[in-house]
Design a protein around this ligand. Structure first.
Ligand code: 5AD
Ligand code: SF4
Length: 446
C-alpha cells in the first residue's frame, strides 16, 4: 500500500514540475511515507527526522513532510517536531502538491489528516481521481505496478492499527480498476499486483451482479500486455476462497502464489486476536488451496509474544508452521499499538527476551522448510521477471568479467539471483538454477 502511495505522490509531484533526487542533502523537499503497524517502524521515522533536523540547521528552507499512517495517527503531535512542516494522512495525499508548494512559499506548518476517519465517507472521490490520474509505471521497479482494489479494513484484529489509520473498508469500482490496469499495460507494465488489506473480501455490487476478486482477476487477465497478475493480502476466511483459487487454477496469467497470514497456531490466541477462524479451519483452507492449485506457493505472517501467549501457545504456532509448509514466513514480535483493543484491554506480558527467542525459534523452523522447498529447484529452469540490479552482491563474479548481478522473481514468488545485463530489467527471462539457499535461488541465464 505504501509503495503504491509513494508512486502516486511521486507522479503527482513530477507533473507539478518537481524532480527526484537521491539524497536528502540535495533535496528542497523531503517526504517520508510512513507505516504505523509496529512501533519499530515509527522509531525509524523519528531517527530520520533527527537527521533532517540537523540538515535544516544549515538549510532552514528545506521542507520536510511526513505522509501516510503515522501522520494520520499522530497528527498535530508530529508538527511539534522541529523538522516537520507537513503532516499528511493517507486519505489526504491528493492535496500533496498544494501542501508542498505552500510550505515552500510560506514556511507555515500544515496539518492534513482526516478527523474521525472511521466516520468519513468511504467513497472518497478525491482519492479515486488522484489514483486514476497518477497511476503509472514506476521506473524504480520496471514494468511492475500495484493497483488498489480496496481501501481500509473493517476487521479490527485486536493488535492492528490499520482500521484506525486507513479507515473503513471500501471496494473500488471494477470499471475504475480495469481502466487503471489497461492504462498501466499501455505504459508497458507486465506485472500487476492487486492490493487490499483483505483482498479476498473484495465485493462490489452493480445492479444484479456482485463482483468478487475472481471477476477482477478474470477481467485483468483479458488486458493485452499484462502477463502476470498477483494479489495480496488474503484473509483466512471462506469469502470467495474457492472461487479465487479456481481463477488461479484456470487463468494462466494469475500467479500461483497465496499470501495467507495465520498470525498464530493457538486457537486461544486467535480468539484474543479477533481472527474469526481456528487453526483447523486455517489448515483446511491450505488443503483446499493445494488441491485446487497444485504446486501453489503459500506465504504466512505470524505474530509472536501476543499478550497471554504461553510456551504451549507458541509451540502450537511451531506445529502449525511445520504443517503449513510455507514457502516463506514473515514473523513479527508483538508491538502494542495505541488505541487498539489489545493495547487497551490486554497486558503486554510476554517479556521482550521471550518474544525475541520465539521469533528466532520460529524463523529456524521455517528456514528448514524453505530450504527443503528451495532444493527442489536445483538444476531446474525457471521463468523470472527481472526486477533490476541485486542490492547485495551474492555471487563471486569472476575478475575481469563485465557482468552484473540481477534479481527477479518467479511466478510463485521465489527470489532468483543471476548474472546478466541491466537491460534485462522489466523483462521475462529463463534462468537455470545452480544453487539454492532457503530464501534465494541462484542460477545462470539460459
Ligand atoms: N505487532 C506486531 N505485528 C503486527 N502486525 C500487524 N500489527 C502488528 C502488531 N501490532 C503484523 C501482522 C500483519 C503484518 C502486516 O504485520 O502479522 O499480517
Ligand atoms: Fe489489520 Fe486484521 Fe485488517 Fe489485516 S485484517 S489490516 S491484520 S485489522
Amino acid at each position: 500500500m505504501n509503495k503504491l502511495d509513494t508512486a502516486l505522490v511521486t507522479a503527482a509531484l513530477k507533473d507539478a514540475g518537481f524532480g527526484l533526487t537521491n539524497s536528502a542533502e540535495e533535496a528542497d523537499v523531503v517526504l517520508i511515507n510512513t507505516c504505523s503497524v509496529r512501533q519499530h517502524a515509527e522509531e525509524k521515522v523519528f531517527s530520520h527526522l533527527g537527521h533532517l533536523k540537523h540538515i535544516k540547521e544549515s538549510r532552514p528552507e528545506l521542507v520536510v513532510g511526513v505522509i501516510g499512517c503515522m501522520a494520520q495517527r499522530l497528527g498535530a503531535e508530529l508538527l511539534e517536531h522541529e523538522a516537520v512542516d507537513i503532516a499528511c494522512g493517507p486519505a489526504q495525499i491528493p492535496q500533496i502538491t498544494k501542501l508542498v508548494k505552500k510550505a515552500l512559499k510560506t514556511k507555515e506548518k500544515s496539518l492534513a489528516v482526516t478527523r474521525e476517519i472511521r466516520k468519513t465517507n468511504p467513497k472518497n472521490d478525491a482519492l479515486e481521481k488522484f489514483e486514476s490520474l497518477y497511476s503509472r509505471a514506476d521506473k524504480r521497479i520496471p514494468n511492475q505496478a500495484f493497483v488498489r482494489v480496496m481501501r481500509g479494513c473493517n476487521n479490527f484484529c485486536t493488535y492492528c492499527i490499520v482500521p484506525f489509520v486507513r479507515g473503513p473498508e471500501v471496494s473500488r469500482r471494477p470499471a475504475d480498476i480495469i481502466e487503471q490496469v489497461k492504462k498501466l499495460a499501455g505504459d508497458g507494465v507486465k506485472q500487476i499486483t492487486l492490493l487490499g488489506q483483505r483482498v479476498n473480501a473484495y465485493k462490489y455490487k452493480n445492479g444484479d451482479k456482485t463482483y468478487c476478486l475472481a471477476d477482477l482477476l478474470s477481467m485483468a487477465g483479458e488486458v493485452d500486455g499484462v502477463e502476470w497478475i498477483r494479489f495480496v493480502t488474503s484473509y483466512p476466511s471462506e469469502e470467495f476462497f474457492d472461487e479465487i483459487l479456481q481463477a488461479m487454477a484456470n487463468l494462466p496469467k494469475v500467479c500461483n502464489y497465496l499470501h495467507l497470514p495465520a498470525q498464530s497456531g493457538s486457537d486461544k490466541i486467535l480468539k484474543a486476536m479477533n481472527r474469526n477462524y481456528t487453526t483447523g479451519q486455517y489448515l483446511n483452507l491450505l488443503d483446499r488451496a493445494r488441491a485446487i492449485v497444485p504446486g501453489i506457493a503459500i506465504a504466512g505472517d505470524f505474530i509472536v509474544g501476543f499478550p497471554g501467549e504461553t510456551e504451549e501457545d507458541f509451540q502450537a504456532t511451531v506445529e502449525l508452521v511445520k504443517k503449513a509448509k510455507y514457502k516463506n514466513c514473515f514473523i513479527f514480535k508483538y508491538s502494542p499499538r495505541p488505541g487498539t483493543t489489545a493495547n487497551k484491554r490486554l497486558n503486554d506480558n510476554v517479556p521482550q527476551e521471550v518474544k525475541k527467542n520465539r521469533n528466532i525459534e520460529l524463523l529456524a523452523v521455517q528456514e528448514k522448510i524453505s530450504d527443503e522447498l528451495s532444493k527442489k529447484f536445483q538444476d531446474k529452469t525457471v521463468i523470472v521477471l527481472v526486477e533490476g540490479l541485486s542490492k547485495k552482491p551474492h555471487l563471486n563474479t569472476k575478475e575481469g568479467e563485465n557482468q552484473l548481478q540481477l534479481v527477479g522473481r518467479t511466478a510463485s514468488d521465489w527470489i532468483v539471483v543471476f548474472n546478466g545485463q541491466e537491460n534485462l530489467a522489466g523483462r521475462f527471462t529463463k534462468v537455470k538454477i545452480t544453487k539454492t539457499t532457503p530464501l534465494t535461488l541462484f542460477g545462470e541465464l539460459c
